[in-house]
Design a protein around this ligand. Structure first.
Ligand SMILES: [Zn+2]
Length: 215
């Protein structure tokens, strides 16, 4: 880990590419040159400014593909089988959204649909496009647009909120009905875990740098 110790005193003589600002405390510093595996932190507040991760692009690409493969079973395979007084139902994320529509909660159904299905998929597709652009060297100007779009979408994907709600409902329903968990839940948890790993692996600093390099 590299701790920045030399805040810039001659900003006017340096180009923007040589500078880095801390998003937490706004301290402006000289951009560090990192070796693979190193990361730089702000000397003022300790915020991680940037990191150079081993094989970040290749590992991120593998994780994006894994997440896309998990996306369909996570949303369309049964999460649980519910037997309530002889009435058996197989619940998936998609049937949950349809059930909200049928109970006159179309607005809520739309929010759940966007935050748990549409936005996570668009985020993954943007990440895939960015990584393929870097790997192949094609359409780099589009890669910048896709990566900016990914950052705009980032705060709207709420898989963690949905997963938390799902776990709460499982605990509550288990006392009221005969409930059996199914493979959809495993895929959903897997998708969530892969996305967290992806956030940790796909270093924004390395992606911006790779997209900025001439083709
Ligand atoms: Zn700081």
């Amino acid at each position: 880990m590299v701790s920045m110790t030399n805040p810039v005193t001659c900003i006017g003589t340096m180009s923007l590419d040589e500078l880095i600002g801390c998003p937490e405390c706004d301290l402006l510093m000289r951009r560090p040159l990192l070796q693979a595996g190193q990361k730089a932190t702000c000397p003022c507040c300790g915020y991680e400014l940037c990191a150079s991760r081993h094989q970040s692009i290749g590992r991120s690409l593998a994780l994006v593909i894994a997440a896309l493969l998990l996306y369909v079973p996570a949303n369309f395979l049964p999460i649980m089988h519910l037997n309530l007084m002889g009435r058996v139902s197989h619940e998936t994320v998609w049937t949950g959204i349809l059930a909200l529509c049928q109970t006159d909660m179309a607005g809520l159904a739309l929010v759940v649909f966007l935050c748990t299905m549409v936005v996570p998929l668009l985020k993954l597709l943007c990440q895939l496009a960015v990584l393929l652009t870097i790997v192949t060297g094609w359409l780099k100007s589009c890669g910048l647009w896709w990566y900016r779009s990914y950052h705009h979408l980032k705060d709207w994907g709420m898989l963690e909120v949905y997963l938390l709600g799902l776990l709460v409902s499982i605990v509550k329903l288990s006392g009221m009905a005969d409930l059996t968990l199914d493979s959809g839940l495993l895929c959903f948890v897997g998708l969530f875990a892969v996305q967290i790993l992806l956030e940790l692996t796909m270093s924004p600093e390395q992606v911006w740098q790779a997209l900025s390099e001439p083709a």
